[in-house]
Design a protein around this ligand. Structure first.
Ligand code: PTJ
Length: 257
């Protein structure tokens, strides 16, 4: 039995892991890291993960390898972290930034300086290195109005590669249009983020980041070049849709998954 904020979750519960992750997000919401819209976004992600069988598929692993390869070969890679990603995967982000030397920037759709500071402190308390401070010099992503376009001059604005997760499509599109190479972790292959990113990781954000830490521990620059030469994002997206179709076809014919 694990006690999460007064709710007891028995380890034997068939949805134990999913419930634990959910509680992590609710805790993030109560601490002011996650916005209410982030809870809705999480539910959408869960639905796609359910269809995918809640595991990392081979096509996702291929995209995760390509994202790590891109970080290794980039001159200035930045991991962009929003409220959901911070609440779910702060430890994994710390290990990925440590393994690769990538910078980490808090970048929010529903931006307030108070939330940026809270998320920054949450990441710092989880040992995230290379963190851009909330008072970094700022500029704007071209084409993004309002505070959601604010980024650090020494971070995303001057990055050549950005890893983001659980992100809104509008922002992903604007970063790509700005000339950034973008890898996106998004369980929904239909989303604008998934469709617009150069590398689409159709996997759950915690699992994906853990896998990337593992991959980063042994990838050489030569292997990174080979991985990127062989990579096709449209193939990865096709396989993600095919995996969903196969699971749904099986369920449609047998009545079970
Ligand atoms: O913290 P902020 O202010 O930057 O706001 C963050 C949210 C999530 C509210 C904002 O970025 C947003 O509205 O995102 P969307 O447009 O709902 O897109 C989120 C995408 O992430 C959806 O396609 C979900 O299916 C997907 N998703 C949700 N949870 C996960 C996920 N993908 C991977 N892992 C997850 N845990």
């Amino acid at each position: 039995m694990v006690d999460v904020m007064g709710h007891e979750i028995p380890r034997s519960h068939p949805r134990y892991h999913s419930l634990l992750i959910r509680e992590r997000l609710v805790e993030g919401f109560n601490k002011g890291l996650v916005v209410p819209q982030g809870l809705i976004a999480h539910g959408r992600g869960e639905a796609f993960d359910y269809i995918l069988g809640e595991k990392t598929h081979e096509f996702a692993l291929r995209a995760e390898r390509a994202a790590v390869a891109s970080i290794i070969l980039a001159s200035k890679p930045v991991i962009s972290v929003n409220g959901n990603y911070a609440a779910l995967a702060a430890e994994e982000i710390a290990r990925l930034a440590e393994a690769t030397g990538a910078l980490v920037e808090v970048n929010l759709f529903y931006r307030s300086e108070e939330r940026v500071r809270r998320i920054y402190e949450h990441l710092r308390d989880h040992g995230v290195p290379n963190l851009l401070p909330p008072d970094c010099e700022k500029t704007r992503v071209p084409g993004l109005e309002s505070p959601r376009g604010i980024v650090c001059v020494d971070g995303i604005a001057s990055a050549d590669f950005i890893l983001l997760a659980i992100e809104d499509g509008d922002r992903t599109e604007a970063l790509v249009a700005w000339g950034k190479r973008v890898a996106a972790i998004d369980l929904n292959p239909f989303s604008r983020t998934a469709q617009k990113a150069h590398i689409t990781i159709v996997d759950e954000a915690i699992r994906a980041t853990r896998n990337m830490v593992e991959i980063a521990s042994s990838m050489s620059p030569e292997e990174a070049r080979r991985v990127l030469d062989d990579y096709s994002n449209s193939e990865v997206l096709r396989e993600a849709f095919r995996a969903m179709l196969e699971r749904l076809s099986y369920a449609a014919s047998k009545g079970v998954l």
